[in-house]
Design a protein around this ligand. Structure first.
Ligand code: FAD
Ligand code: NAP
Length: 346
């Protein structure tokens, strides 16, 4: 076989590509040079060209956790790597490797069909498998870090593929090594390790309400269905109203700051978070400052959940960031707490 036969199919180039459908805020955005990445082998050659031409670049999955400017200059890699394989199965666990472009929710649904429970609390989170480790996605007391075995990625500094163990990913609350080192790694494949032992996690109030009276021992499929139903009722559907889910992270504060705050605000909602720390419900802080349901020009704060900022139509990144700033200033003034923006600002 000669080298031409070994060469990967070049990634598909789409110049001046409209990305309104590929960012859940629904901003009118164009990518100068968008490449559809459908196989990991396409990456080294493309990254070589990007490096030689000194072009700016970034990676986009489903666009559900980004705030995009009107024009994305240089190269945008659209991650569409497909496929999932069970690579190991024994009495203790099953390992599944999944392509970075696979839809997260579809993957969760597939694990349940395979009788591999564990990910059901993370149902209906939008986006791709490759993006899920970036902020260590979490919901209803579960997070993806609990199920990661290793991650394959292209390291743009070493210009080589690397495999990072779970420990090397430095997962923390909505955080990871990838988030700490933006524009360095391109995740191509994620290996999940699903333990055979399973027990339901029902500690969040909405799930308690759903099951405690009727069915105290629901199956993983029943939890999956309940999570989908609760989320569909509570959260705005990005196809109808643009949003990126929670706009701010829940702040983690010291026990000392918490004691001071609860004296001034006895109804403060918080949860223990590791040793000597408390997690505050950011949505409650924003609600107390009177923002819920407010509309400022084309953007606003969702009427049913103050943690979600929405684009009512023709909003832009500038509009959203301006609204976010006014929320941050007010929350700091009233509670002395800093709110950090969760989506990635490009
Ligand atoms: P994108 O938005 O495309 O990208 C996000 C970041 O990851 C960017 O920095 C991008 O450069 C980087 N990235 C994407 N793919 C790769 C890759 N292959 N390699 C390297 N970097 C990459 N999040 C939660 O944690 N819990 C929730 O419950 C939750 N609910 C949500 C509900 C709604 C309605 C919405 C709109 C969002 C929600 N989110 C939630 C946020 C979001 O869905 C997740 O963060 C998701 O993992 C983002 O996936 P994506 O493919 O859309 O990533
Ligand atoms: P909720 O159940 O109304 O709870 C409000 C906040 O309190 C959540 O942010 C949650 O923190 C925290 N919380 C509630 N019960 C808790 C418990 N028993 N132990 C520890 N923390 C608790 O939240 P919601 O808005 O309906 O969302 C439900 C779940 O989906 C949450 O886990 C939330 O993170 C997730 N979600 C995330 C996004 C996103 O974009 N990141 C968007 C929508 C929903 P945590 O956030 O740490 O869980």
């Amino acid at each position: 076989m000669n080298s031409a036969q070994n060469a990967p199919i070049p990634p598909k180039l789409m110049p001046n590509m409209a990305l309104k459908q590929r960012n859940t805020f629904g901003f009118e955005v164009y990518a100068e040079l968008a490449y559809e990445i459908s196989a990991a082998e396409q990456i080294p050659g493309l990254m070589q060209q990007i490096s030689e031409k000194k072009l700016p670049w970034r990676v986009l999955g489903g666009g559900s956790n980004v705030i995009l400017p009107r024009v994305l200059s240089g190269v945008t890699l659209l991650m569409n790597i497909p496929g999932h394989d069970i690579t190991q199965s024994n009495a203790n666990h099953t390992v599944i490797t999944v392509g970075a472009g696979v839809n997260w929710h579809d993957f969760v649904a597939w694990t349940l069909v395979q009788n591999l429970p564990g990910l059901e609390n993370l149902a209906l989170i939008p986006g791709t498998v490759g993006a899920a480790p970036i902020q260590n996605i979490g919901a209803y007391g579960a997070e993806i870090a609990d199920y990661i075995d290793s991650i394959e990625a292209f390291d743009s500094v070493a210009h080589a593929f690397v495999t990072l163990s779970k420990e090397a990913c430095h997962f923390a609350y909505r955080d990871s090594y990838f988030k700490q080192n933006p524009h360095r790694y391109i995740v191509t494949k994620v290996a999940f390790k699903i333990p055979q032992a399973w027990k339901p996690r029902l500690q969040y109030a909405d799930l308690v309400k759903q099951f405690s009276d009727t069915d105290p021992t629901p199956s993983a499929q029943e939890i999956f269905d309940a999570v989908c139903a609760i989320r569909s009722k509570k959260l705005p559907d990005p196809k109808v109203i643009g949003n990126a889910g929670s706009f701010f992270q829940n702040p983690i504060i010291s026990e000392a700051q918490y004691k001071h705050l609860i004296e001034q605000h006895p109804k403060l909602i918080s949860y223990p978070e590791g040793v000597g720390k408390r997690k505050l419900a950011a949505g409650w802080l924003i609600d107390q400052c009177g923002f819920k349901g407010q509309r400022i020009g084309p953007v606003g704060v969702y009427e049913n959940q103050a943690l979600v900022l929405v684009n009512h139509g023709d909003g832009t990144a500038e509009n959203i960031l301006q609204l976010a700033k006014s929320i941050q200033v007010k929350v700091q003034e009233v509670f002395g707490v800093e709110l950090e923006i969760e989506p990635n600002i490009f």
